[in-house]
Design a protein around this ligand. Structure first.
Ligand code: PGA
Length: 243
């Protein structure tokens, strides 16, 4: 069995000192979590990445939340952070999260550029896709997701990691049920490859994490809010351990 992924996306939370404190607070729980069936990936801000890495990297992997689309290495690009720079600490990078697609706004074209730069710099991209509520309710979401897949992942690599995070489920408590997820997992596998890794994100917490991780349609979860709190991290880990 392939390892299932548990990705903690800390988004724009924690100052450096807060992330040091938080990393120390969850250290024991993550140290005790010896389970070869799972890969935990922590994604702090760029600033906190080296600090949390020092505390937790013996027990978990690390990811960045973004990289520059302008260059993979270095250059005159004020304010940018390259794939190569984060690769000192990160093995993964989250790309095209809806919060970036909507607020920046980031295009499929840019996301694909970042994906290529990530691969060239030994980072494994986690490409996010997801429709909004209007698209879901109008029934146009399959076309929408298809287009995101087609434009953000070309050329196609067989074992690409795709995170399906419907916008209507992020931070809302409206998590997507397994029946709906099966449809999207099948879409991703048919459009990309059977070997594509399918992750779900959106209001994952201790009450539902194990249902997702037990499904043969889901290869992992991406957790936002519930990864910002020690009690809920412990709760999720306990659920996975069967407590
Ligand atoms: P959430 O966020 O778990 O708070 O819904 C998920 C995400 O945006 O990655």
């Amino acid at each position: 069995m392939n390892k299932k992924f548990i990705i903690f996306n800390w988004k724009m939370n924690f100052t450096v000192s807060e992330s040091v404190e938080f990393s120390n607070n969850i250290l024991k729980c993550l140290t005790n979590f010896q389970n070869n069936n799972y890969e935990i990936i922590v994604c702090p801000t760029y600033m906190s990445l080296p600090y949390s890495y020092q505390i937790l990297s013996n027990y978990v992997k690390f990811g960045a939340q973004n990289i520059s689309s302008l260059h993979g290495d270095k250059g005159s690009f004020t304010g940018e952070i390259s794939a190569k720079m984060v690769s000192d600490y990160a093995e993964y990078v989250i790309l095209g999260h809806s919060e970036r697609r909507v607020n920046i706004p980031e295009s499929n074209f840019e996301i694909n550029n970042k994906r290529i730069l990530a691969l060239e710099n030994n980072l494994k991209p986690i490409v996010c896709i997801g429709e909004d509520l209007e698209s879901r309710n109008s029934g146009k979401y399959i076309n929408f997701l298809n287009n995101q897949l087609k434009e953000s992942i070309k050329p196609i690599l067989k074992n690409v990691i795709v995170a399906y995070e419907p916008i209507w489920s992020i931070g809302t408590g409206l998590n997507c049920d397994l029946k709906k997820l099966k449809e999207i997992s099948d879409l991703v596998k048919s459009k990309i490859s059977d070997e594509a890794i399918f992750i779900y994100g959106g209001s994952v917490n201790e009450s539902n994490i194990f249902d997702y991780l037990s499904s043969d349609k889901v290869d992992g979860v991406l957790v936002g809010s519930a990864s910002l709190n020690k009690t809920s991290i412990e709760g999720m880990i306990n659920k996975i351990n069967g407590n």
